[in-house]
Design a binder for this molecule. Structure first.
Ligand code: 13P
Ligand code: SF4
Length: 394
């Protein structure tokens, strides 16, 4: 996450140079995300980048399909064939069997999901392998296996159904599939929990404690006391066996470093600053933020709510800044402000920039597949079972 103090108006602030310095180098090879990009990237200052991207895309024609997550930079979104939240993009990737290459402008776990959901002959490319997700990194396969042992020792594993947020590695999705669980996104978390509670007494929700808690308490009628937080960095998760036995929701201690920035103070401050404002936040925000907001929903929900809003209405939006700035630009008749006073991009999403996109497209057009994201067959089999359950949710 990249934060800089900002002067008013927040939406006019340009992206910080920091994002441009992170040109795919210096990734942590032990994390969910990949390693540094090979190859020679075009210079960010090259004035021909837009033309080069256009030309390479034209050379590839229908052989390439470019997906762009809503949090991507404008310069990248411009080249996306479709844009969407992680749920829509997972479906869109699966619905294009004729495209030989899927270029995923998003983060690593999304590209993995696209690889799992597309056919053998399709190759998924992530323009910068270092575009990961700090939340997905908060749950590793070893930690989750250990957690399951803790649940087994407490005698609750048989009554527990895992529900994993899309924002998790393929390994965690495979764990979920292996144990009869489903994947969810912020668009369908309620339906996923309903499905899970029709099959078991408890849910192990991975890795975003906030989405899990917010959905359970706001939408399912559970209480905060029905939830416990499992901390993978503490012995036994830092929860006593009797607490696990009493809980309905076992929440993994993970969070989004972008949405986690918003606070109750941000909500109170914006209500003073913009009288009559409607506060609309993403469910990855902390529970007290969601409780104080007027409306809550996924990125697709936020986009639709603003499309439907009357002219002259005022909105404070608690989600990633690239999207909020685009929404403000698209609706000049409405007052749309960013919920917080600090600029808050997802820095790993921002790693996909025009130089990386040009490099990936030109390489593909020259017959070289770079930065392919490929999930091994065993992991894929179980992860696909969990993803298919999500896609089949009513
Ligand atoms: P959605 O795309 O499901 O709204 O999730 C937001 C997000 O943080 C993606 O990384
Ligand atoms: Fe991960 Fe949050 Fe960035 Fe989404 S916005 S990719 S959850 S860090």
């Amino acid at each position: 996450m990249t934060t800089t103090p900002a002067a008013e108006p927040l939406l006019d602030v340009q992206p910080t140079p920091l994002a441009l310095l992170l040109l795919g180098r210096e990734a942590d090879p032990a994390s969910e995300r990949g390693v540094e990009c090979p190859g020679d990237l075009p210079a960010a200052s090259d004035p021909d980048l837009v033309e080069r991207a256009r030309a390479a895309k034209a050379r590839l024609g229908d052989r390439v399909f470019i997906l762009g997550h809503h949090y991507q930079r404008d310069e990248v979104i411009e080249f996306a064939d479709v844009t969407g939240d992680s749920f829509k993009l997972a479906r869109d990737a699966a619905a294009r069997p004729e495209a030989e290459y899927i270029v995923f402008c998003g983060v690593h776990f999304m590209a993995e999901s696209a690889d799992i959901l597309t056919s053998e002959r399709q190759q998924v490319v992530l323009p910068d392998l270092a575009a990961g997700c700090s939340m997905a990194d908060m749950a590793t396969a070893e930690q989750v296996a250990e957690c399951w042992d803790v649940l087994t020792d407490a005698g609750v594993a048989d009554a527990t159904v895992p529900v994993s947020y899309m924002n998790s590695s393929a390994d965690i999705k495979a764990f979920t599939g292996r144990h009869g669980g489903t994947i969810c996104t912020s668009s369908n978390a309620k339906r996923a929990l309903e499905w899970a509670f029709s099959r078991g007494e408890k849910v192990l929700f991975l890795p975003d404690q906030h989405l899990g808690r917010n959905t359970a308490v706001r939408e399912m009628g559970l209480t905060l006391d029905d939830c416990v937080v499992y901390n993978p960095h503490k012995p036994g998760g830092g929860v006593a066996p009797e607490q696990l036995r009493a809980a309905k929701m076992i929440l993994w201690r993970g969070h989004c470093s972008v949405h986690g920035r918003f606070s109750l103070d941000s909500v109170n401050e914006v209500r003073e600053r913009v009288p009559g404002v409607t506060v609309l936040v993403h469910p990855e925000c902390r529970h007290e933020v969601v409780a104080a907001a007027d409306m809550v929903g996924s990125t697709e929900y936020i986009i639709k709510a603003l499309d439907a809003a009357p002219a002259g209405s005022k909105w404070a939006i608690g989600t990633e800044l690239n999207l909020v700035r685009r929404l403000a630009k698209a609706h000049p008749d409405k007052e749309i402000v960013f919920l917080d006073r600090t600029v808050c991009f997802c820095s790993t999403m921002n790693r996909i920039d025009l130089p990386h996109l040009v490099w990936a497209l030109e390489s593909l057009a020259d017959g070289r597949v770079v930065n392919r994201i490929q999930v091994d067959p065993e992991t894929e089999r179980f992860a696909k079972a969990a993803l298919d359950r999500m896609l089949a949710l009513p």
